[in-house]
Design a protein around this ligand. Structure first.
Ligand SMILES: Nc1ncnc2c1ncn2[C@@H]1O[C@H](COP(=O)(O)OP(=O)(O)OP(=O)(O)O)[C@@H](O)[C@H]1O
Ligand SMILES: [Mg+2]
Length: 353
C-alpha cells in the first residue's frame, strides 16, 4: 500500500457571521495516499471547497490537524509555519477551478510564466519550462494566444499547465470541468489521468457529479453539511453504498433510477405472475452478466429475462448490474438466490409475483 501524502484529523472550519456561527467543515478525518485520484462529492454548500482550501493552506481550520508529506501545517487550529514558509508551501500545491481564472491581458505562455515569478529560474530557463508545460497539456501551438482566443477546454489546459509550473506533488481540481461540455470534460479528465500516471501526481477532484468520480477516481469521500458521511474505494462505494445520499449520487450516475421507473410501469411487471420475481443483480470482477444468466438456467433451472443492464470499468475493474425477471419453482428460485450470493453477486428482490 502506498504512503499517505495528506492526512486530515478532525478538521473543523467555522465562520462567525453576525449573530451566528456557520460550521462549513465538521470533524473531517481522511487520508489521501500518494498517487491517488481522490474524489470529493457533495451537493452545493456541503463544505467541499472550504475543506480543500484547508489542504491548499488558504484556510486555517478552527480545529484539527493537517499533515502534508510528513510535515504538520495546522494543529489544533494553529498554523505551525511562518507566513513566509506557508507561502512557499502553497506553491507546491497546484489548483484548477471551474472558471479557469486566467489573466485576460496575458497570452497562454505569459499566464503560465506568471506562476514561475518566484521560481528563481533564469529568463531562458523560464521560457523553456513554459514551452514544456504547454507541450505537456497539448497546447504548444497556442502559446501566443490570449484567453479570449481559446475554447473552454483549451483555457483549462492553460490553467493546468500553470498549476503544474512549480512541479507540485498535489493538484486540486475544484469543479474544473463544470463549465465544459461532456466531450471536452472527457478530454480534460483523460489529461488529468495521464498526468497522474506519468508524473505520479496526487489529484483531489471536487465535484457534484458522481460520473466524474467513476471515470477517474480510485477513492471517494461523500460530504453533507460539512461532514464526511462515507469514504472508501470507488469500487466498494459503487458496489455497496451505505448512506442514502451516496446511493442517490450513484443512481443518478448509472441511469438505473430512470430505468427502474420505466420498468415498474411495464404491464409484465405491474401484474407479475406467480412464480416470477423482479430482481436487481450487482456483480464485479470475475462474475459477468453472461455467466450469471447462463448459470441460472443451467444449474438452477431458473430463466432470466433481462430488462436492463449496465457494465462499466471502475478503477480497472468491471462492475455491472442487471434488472431481470426470474421465473422458476419456489425451490429453484431460493437455490438460485443462495448460489448467486455464494458467487459474490449482490441480489435484491424488488417485487414478487
Ligand atoms: N468565508 C466564508 N464566510 C462565511 N461562510 C462561508 C465562507 N466560506 C464558506 N462559507 C459557508 O460554508 C458552507 C460551505 O461552503 P463551501 O463553499 O465549502 O461549499 P461547497 O461544497 O464547495 O459548495 P459548492 O458545490 O456550491 O461549491 C456554506 O454554507 C457557505 O456559505
Ligand atoms: Mg465549492
Amino acid at each position: 500500500m502506498s504512503e499517505t501524502i495528506i492526512k486530515l484529523e478532525n478538521i473543523g472550519v467555522r465562520f462567525n457571521q453576525k449573530n451566528k456561527v456557520i460550521t462549513a467543515v465538521d470533524q473531517v478525518s481522511l487520508n489521501i495516499r500518494k498517487g491517488d485520484i481522490y474524489g470529493i462529492v457533495g451537493y452545493s454548500g456541503a463544505g467541499k471547497s472550504t475543506l480543500v482550501r484547508v489542504v491548499n493552506l488558504l484556510q486555517t481550520p478552527t480545529e484539527g490537524r493537517l499533515v502534508v508529506d510528513d510535515e504538520v501545517f495546522f494543529d489544533q487550529g494553529n498554523v505551525q509555519l511562518s507566513a513566509q514558509a506557508l507561502r512557499e508551501k502553497r506553491r507546491e500545491i497546484g489548483m484548477i477551478f471551474q472558471h479557469f481564472n486566467l489573466m485576460s491581458q496575458k497570452t497562454a505562455a505569459e499566464n503560465v510564466a506568471f506562476a514561475l515569478k518566484h521560481s528563481g529560474l533564469s529568463k531562458e530557463a523560464k521560457e523553456q519550462k513554459v514551452k514544456e508545460l504547454l507541450e505537456l497539456v497539448g497546447l504548444a501551438e497556442r502559446a501566443e494566444n490570449y484567453p479570449s482566443q481559446l475554447s473552454g477546454g483549451q483555457k483549462q489546459r492553460v490553467a493546468i499547465a500553470r498549476a503544474l509550473a512549480n512541479d507540485p506533488k498535489i493538484l486540486i481540481s475544484d469543479e474544473s470541468t463544470s463549465a465544459l461540455d461532456p466531450k471536452t470534460t472527457k478530454q480534460i479528465l483523460k489529461l488529468l489521468q495521464e498526468l497522474n500516471e506519468r508524473l505520479g501526481l496526487t489529484i483531489i477532484m471536487i465535484t457534484h457529479e458522481m460520473q466524474i468520480v467513476k471515470d477517474i477516481a480510485n477513492r471517494v469521500a461523500v460530504m453533507q453539511d460539512g461532514r464526511l458521511i462515507e469514504e472508501g474505494s470507488v469500487l466498494d462505494i459503487f458496489s455497496n453504498p451505505k448512506n442514502e445520499l451516496t446511493q442517490d449520487f450513484m443512481e443518478t450516475a448509472t441511469g438505473i433510477e430512470e430505468a427502474l421507473r420505466k420498468i415498474h410501469q411495464q404491464e409484465s411487471v405491474r401484474h407479475l405472475p406467480a412464480g416470477q420475481e423482479l430482481v436487481h443483480l450487482k456483480f464485479s470482477g470475475n462474475a459477468t452478466g453472461q455467466a450469471i444468466i447462463h448459470d441460472l438456467s443451467k444449474h438452477y433451472e431458473v430463466t432470466a429475462n433481462i430488462l436492463f443492464g449496465n457494465i462499466e470499468i471502475l478503477d480497472h475493474t468491471p462492475v455491472g448490474e442487471l434488472i431481470v425477471i426470474l421465473s422458476g419453482t419456489p425451490e429453484s428460485l431460493s437455490k438460485a438466490h443462495a448460489g448467486l450470493k455464494e458467487s459474490g453477486v449482490g441480489i435484491k428482490i424488488l417485487k414478487e409475483g
